[in-house]
Design a protein around this ligand. Structure first.
Ligand SMILES: [Zn+2]
Length: 413
């Protein structure tokens, strides 16, 4: 079965629309946002809220679910039942936790946020590689990576002894979790890693990819390979060629930090990935990044921004984000965004009302804000698809960026 079909293309860029059908009947129109449901739940939302927020896809986190379920994972009901969601569900491979518990801490690099790129230089890189090989690590780095897999010490789960995660275990766990799309186990490098270490880690990611393909038994799941290679042009091209040549159902691009690096990484990778298969960009989801990604041929994006920022009072509109907790919203009777058709705005929750709910620390505050933000991003993607369909993508991008940068006093940050 052809699970991905391209339904439209922009004449001037690599932007395209498509339909992704999973083997269990899930259907997604792309480009699409993938909402983050880390532990098998979208925080603050129930299954009706998820549906009402126009969500097509959810990504859950293999590592955290595995840690929480422990041995009971064998009896796990499956993510579709847990989320009561009949759309498309993805799981990550746990590879990103290897990074976030490891080099992300050691190098003080986070995925969401801006990083000013500075390479270690050859000497720094060589020392880092030798230290890694000898198993010496920075105190904050609680992960050790070898060709066999990754060893974790995760204090948040009270671990004193390392636990292991291998490519084979990642696939086995993801098969038990039962998502529609699963990801190969990879090693994400930090932008502070130099050429030597990045090459080494990339080659390991390629070997792990083959082990994941070999291990996968469940034919109702689609397996995506992950392109790595830091922000080195030759490495990204090599990784895209090698991963793109493997029998994966789709492809994800991982480990891109910073805006310019992200654009470069996509430009280098996409031409080597099969055109007829879906492409996912991991952990990226600001408006301007989505526009840049779609323009370069990306079909799906996942990011914590709509949900995490909502829980802290960050409200998204086409003019950017504003903080609903600011006193100036106390007596504001406008909807969260003018003309918004989300359940929160249609339900009559005004800016003043939401301001008060946040001040009172009412449980519903995060839910109302999350519904609005998720609906906003999903609607933005729908408008973007419509623009590609009618041959209007470039104008849509220009207008969206101009709205974002318009400093609209009422609605912007
Ligand atoms: Zn709304």
């Amino acid at each position: 079965m052809d699970f991905f079909s391209i339904t439209g293309r922009d004449k001037n860029t690599r932007a395209r629309t498509g339909i992704l059908k999973t083997k269990d009947g899930g259907v997604v129109e792309t480009p699409s946002y993938v909402v983050v449901g880390t532990r098998g739940a979208v925080k603050t939302l129930n299954s009706h809220d998820i549906k009402n927020s126009k969500t097509q896809m959810i990504i859950s986190n293999t590592y955290h679910l595995f840690r929480e379920l422990g041995e009971s994972i064998e009896h796990f009901e499956g993510l579709h039942k847990k989320l009561e969601f009949d759309g498309v569900i993805m799981t990550d491979s746990g590879g990103f936790q290897v990074f976030s518990l490891g080099f992300s801490r050691e190098h003080n690099v986070s995925k969401v946020g801006f990083f000013s790129h500075k390479k270690n230089g050859f000497i720094g890189d060589a020392i880092l590689a030798l230290r890694a090989k000898a198993g010496i690590r920075n105190k904050k780095n609680s992960v050790r990576i070898t060709n066999a897999g990754a060893w974790f010490i995760d204090e948040s789960y009270g671990d004193k002894h390392p636990i292991v995660l291998t490519p084979e275990m990642s696939i086995e766990i993801q098969e038990q979790l039962g998502a529609d799309i699963i990801l190969a186990f990879d090693e994400c490098t930090s932008p502070k890693h130099g050429y030597w270490y990045t090459t080494w880690a990339m080659n390991r990611t390629h070997r792990w990819a083959l082990r994941c393909i070999k291990k996968k038994k469940n034919n109702s799941q689609l397996l995506y390979g992950i392109v790595q290679g830091g922000d080195f042009e030759d490495l990204r091209k090599r990784s895209a060629k090698i991963i793109g040549g493997m029998p994966f159902d789709g492809f994800a691009i991982g480990g891109s930090f910073g805006k310019e690096e992200m654009r470069n990484v996509i430009d280098w990778s996409v031409p080597y990935l099969p055109d007829d298969k879906p492409r996912h960009l991991l952990g990226v989801g600001r408006i301007e990044d989505i526009l840049d990604g779609v323009e370069r041929g990306i079909d799906t994006f996942d990011c914590v921004i709509p949900t995490r920022e909502a829980r802290h009072g960050g409200i998204w509109t086409r003019f950017g984000r504003y903080d609903i907790k600011k006193t100036k919203y106390l007596d504001n009777n406008e909807p969260l965004a003018n003309g918004c058709m989300c359940p929160t705005c249609i339900g009559g929750i005004t800016r003043g009302a939401l301001y008060r709910l946040f001040k009172e620390k009412d449980d519903s505050a995060g839910r109302y804000a999350t519904m609005h933000n998720v609906f906003f991003f999903n609607t933005f993607m729908k408008d973007l698809r419509d623009a590609i369909h009618v041959g209007n993508f470039s104008e849509f991008k220009k207008q969206s960026l101009s709205d974002l940068n318009s400093n609209n006093r009422d609605e912007s940050r």
